[in-house]
Design a protein around this ligand. Structure first.
Ligand code: PRP
Ligand code: URA
Length: 209
């Protein structure tokens, strides 16, 4: 699918299957989300630009690559997006963070905003929006709308599971935003939950409901 990278790595496939299991404990679910978050972060940052600096090894002087330019911003959509954050910050410790508080109204399915805080210079940085679930895409579209209103221009979206409907809607609303996902599932059920999916990611992460 154009504009979508499915991170089809055996470790990701294995861990995602464990997460789908309805008997997985809260602790196990959270741990697996963290582990997959690290693998997704590795892929979404694969093409970051580097520049050469001079470094002195114990043996010789050489020119060696480091990341170039301003550090990126991770933008978790709360609550479930927070499950990816620690793993991504472990890989990119100097990244900034934009917190986006949104919940999906169960009746209207519209994203309801309750919190937004982004770095002042978000316009100058690559912003990686993170949320395990892309279902109707109402949350992802609203999050990216908010970030663009703050000036963000270079955005990517990373999720664990995507429904084809969500991918199409996100691409229609924000065609330049590339998507990384661990899997694309069959579709949405009558309550707009991803099928077969893994249920409510936030509830499973935090043991709520
Ligand atoms: C879930 C999920 C996404 C959203 C996806 O969050 O983490 O943010 O639903 O659905 P959509 O694509 O149809 O918008 P939820 O609203 O349940 O909030 P939570 O993370 O606080 O549990
Ligand atoms: N949000 C979730 O957490 N799960 C779904 O399947 C859809 C939206």
């Amino acid at each position: 699918m154009e504009g979508v990278t499915v991170v089809d790595h055996p470790l990701v496939r294995h861990k995602l299957t464990l997460m789908r299991d309805r008997t997985r404990s809260t602790k196990g679910f959270r741990q697996l989300l963290n582990e997959i978050g690290m693998l997704l972060c590795y892929e979404v940052t694969r093409d970051l630009p580097t520049e050469l600096i001079e470094v002195q090894t114990p043996i010789a002087t050489m020119r060696a690559p480091v990341l170039a330019g301003k550090k990126l911003v991770f933008a978790p959509i709360l609550r479930a997006g927070a499950g990816f954050l620690d793993a991504m910050l472990d890989l990119v410790p100097s990244a900034r963070v934009a917190h986006i508080g949104l919940y999906r109204d169960p009746e209207t399915l519209q994203a309801v905003e309750y919190y937004f805080k982004a770095p002042a210079d978000v316009a100058e940085r690559l912003v990686i929006v993170i949320d395990p679930m892309l279902a109707t895409a109402n949350s992802a579209i609203a999050a990216i709308d908010l970030l663009k209103q703050r000036g963000a221009r270079d955005l990517r979206f990373v999720c664990l599971l995507a429904a084809p409907e969500g991918i199409h809607r996100l691409q229609a609303a924000h065609p330049e935003v590339r998507i990384w996902t661990a899997a694309i599932d069959e579709g949405l059920n009558e309550h707009s939950y991803i099928v077969p999916g893994l249920g409510d990611a936030g509830d499973r992460m935090y043991g709520t409901r």
